[in-house]
Design a protein around this ligand. Structure first.
Ligand code: 13P
Ligand code: SF4
Length: 354
């Protein structure tokens, strides 16, 4: 538990012993008991950039999920080792697009005669294989904080975008930020022949959205928004773009975890906020801003933690740090060289976005 003084002391001692040899990154969805030991915290974009910022650190301990640790391995030096304190910390959304399915999709686009016009844009929440596919086919990675810039760039390279794997981020960005209509988007279902689409539908679409979603954000509904507005008059509804389109359309503000934090920092005392994102972050923000007179509530009480983010707890962090301090490398995340080279191309295109 966060208050277990023995574990807290052990984590502190192991980290002190490791000194500059270790750099601990913590995503905003991590537990308080873990986040207190992070050297930097951030959204997916900030952490990808910061991972490469400490070339002198031999070990990067990534408190987040598997795809984030893979991206850190791709972006850091060959002599730096990335460690994920619990290997079971995956992401159900990233698992919704496999390399085989995406290769099959490309065949479908080729058969429909549109593959040359299509630029893949893959959300950071994807495996290294999918990032490599993206790099190989001239595309870029994006996160929730730069999805519009990534799509602007992609539509300069080609006429259509294949957006993987989060249909909601893709749709929300296209419709809310880029003026496209819902009819410009089609959903490609990897479990159906030809993605469940006719070749005519594929040819007419501007945005081909992969049928993936976040199991946490997917639970917020339009009812959650309507209920909170009724319960708390004057409330500002602030949600993550992984939420469904109808939720995003009904919200007042939409953005990444870092954006959510910055927005609350800038909010005036007395303002009220309902936040639609993961519970660890919302609770931390509620506690942090209460003394300043800003009321922060969770958008829907039935939505819970991200169970895979939550797998990284203080006992796992202590085990990882103590093992490294004893000279034992455990839980290393290492992307093979071939995959890494193409995935890096896609990630570097993202980092170079204007
Ligand atoms: P951001 O931190 O980029 O907003 O991403 C949210 C998320 O779901 C990460 O898994
Ligand atoms: Fe994946 Fe959603 Fe959890 Fe983020 S919050 S790690 S997208 S399941």
């Amino acid at each position: 538990s966060p208050s277990d003084p023995d574990l807290v002391e052990r984590a502190r001692a192991a980290k002190e012993k490791l000194g500059d040899k270790v750099f601990v990154l913590g995503h905003h969805y991590q537990r308080d008991e873990v986040i207190q030991f992070a050297d930097v915290t951030g959204d997916s974009f900030k952490l990808a950039r910061d991972a490469a910022a400490k070339p002198e650190a031999e070990y990067i301990v990534f408190c987040g999920v598997h795809f984030m640790a893979e991206s850190a391995d791709i972006l850091t030096g060959d002599d730096q080792k990335v460690v994920l304190p619990d290997l079971a910390a995956g992401c159900s959304m990233a698992d919704m697009a496999t390399a085989e399915q995406v290769a099959e999709c490309w065949d479908v686009l080729t058969e429909a005669g549109i593959a040359e016009q299509v630029v893949p844009v893959s959300y950071m929440n994807s495996s290294a294989d999918i990032k490599a596919f993206t790099g190989k086919h001239g595309g870029t990675i994006c996160t929730s904080s730069n999805a519009k810039r990534a799509l602007d760039w992609a539509f300069e390279q080609g006429e259509k975008v294949l957006f993987l794997p989060d249909q909601h981020l893709g749709r929300n960005t296209a419709v809310r930020d880029m003026g496209m209509s819902l009819d410009d988007c089609v959903v490609y279902n990897p479990h159906k022949p030809n993605g469940g689409l006719t070749n005519e539908e594929l040819r007419a679409a501007k945005m081909i959205l992969w049928r993936g979603h976040c199991s946490v954000h997917g639970r917020f509904s339009l009812d959650s928004v309507n209920d909170v507005r009724e319960r708390i008059p004057g409330v500002n509804v602030l949600v993550h773009p992984e939420c469904k389109h109808e939720v995003v359309a009904a919200a007042d503000y939409v953005g990444s975890t870092e954006y959510i934090i910055k927005t609350l920092e800038a909010a005036p005392a007395g303002s009220k906020w309902a936040i639609g994102t993961e519970l660890n972050l919302v609770r931390r923000l509620a506690n942090r801003f209460a003394p300043e007179g800003k009321e922060v509530v969770f958008l829907d009480k039935t939505v819970c933690f991200c169970s895979t983010m939550n797998r990284i707890d203080l006992p796992h962090l202590v085990w990882a740090l103590e093992s490294l301090a004893d000279g034992k490398l455990i839980n290393q995340i290492q992307v093979d060289k071939e995959t890494e080279s193409f995935a890096k191309l896609a990630l570097e295109r993202m980092l170079a976005l204007p």
